[in-house]
Design a protein around this ligand. Structure first.
Ligand code: GTS
Length: 210
């Protein structure tokens, strides 16, 4: 069997950085949607077949992979966007781990403690976003990618978590000019911009609707 398949809930969620990467690299993929109520009602045999009882699942032909960050790194190596030397790869991994830390906090907020935790989250957010602004500034004064001279898998993950935050807090980047320009620059890449305008992308909520 050939072709990529993403199996996930009808959400952007943890599958979206993978979609951004594939879209920007000009790859085609098929979506296999699992309905959230079916999954939690135990109606999906798939849960038992997954490596950790969770989605997303990614298939490349007969090769099956779980863990969204491992999927990103698998594709990054395949498309040669995992760094051009060991130190660059390490920095890309570092940024991606930073995105993962923020994604975990974001997930906790939106899924479990929005009402009670929103204020503290907004107060802390500049510290998290400031870290990415600083890292960006250290690479070509923030005029290129988060690391190196070409896009890497961490750029897709960073773009996605920034999108998620802007959706929740539209002004959160107002004091981060480099990140703001970075988003516009990455979004304007022709293939990525095509994907961002696609119906599939527009119709997918970022997180489950309550
Ligand atoms: N570390 C995993 C990854 O990065 O892929 C986490 C995967 C995960 O938590 N998946 C959730 C899931 O399958 C959905 S989401 O958090 O990505 O929205 N939840 C259902 C379940 O039964 O745990």
């Amino acid at each position: 069997m050939t072709g990529y398949v993403i199996t996930y809930f009808p959400l952007r969620g943890r599958a979206e950085p993978i979609r951004l990467l594939l879209g920007d690299q000009g790859a085609l993929w098929t979506e296999e949607e699992v309905q959230i109520p079916d999954w939690f009602a135990g109606k999906c045999d798939l849960k038992k077949q997954t490596a950790f009882g969770q989605l997303p699942r990614f298939k490349d032909g007969n090769f099956e992979l779980y863990q969204s960050n491992s999927i990103l790194r698998y594709l990054a190596r395949k498309y040669d966007i995992a760094g051009t030397n060991n130190q660059e790869s390490a920095l890309i991994d570092m940024v991606n781990d930073g995105v993962e830390d923020l994604r975990l906090k974001y997930g906790r907020l939106v899924m479990f403690e929005f009402e009670t935790g929103k204020e503290k989250y907004i107060n802390d957010l500049p510290n998290h976003l400031g870290a990415f602004e600083k890292i960006l500034s250290q690479n070509s004064n923030g005029t290129k990618f988060v690391v190196g001279d070409k896009i890497s898998y961490a750029d897709y993950n960073l773009l996605d978590i920034l999108h998620a935050h802007i959706h929740l807090f539209p002004k959160c980047l107002s004091s981060f000019p480099l990140l703001s320009a970075y988003i516009a620059r990455i979004e304007s890449r022709p293939k990525l911009s095509e994907y961002l305008k696609s119906e599939g992308r527009k119709n997918r909520p970022i997180v489950p609707k309550k």
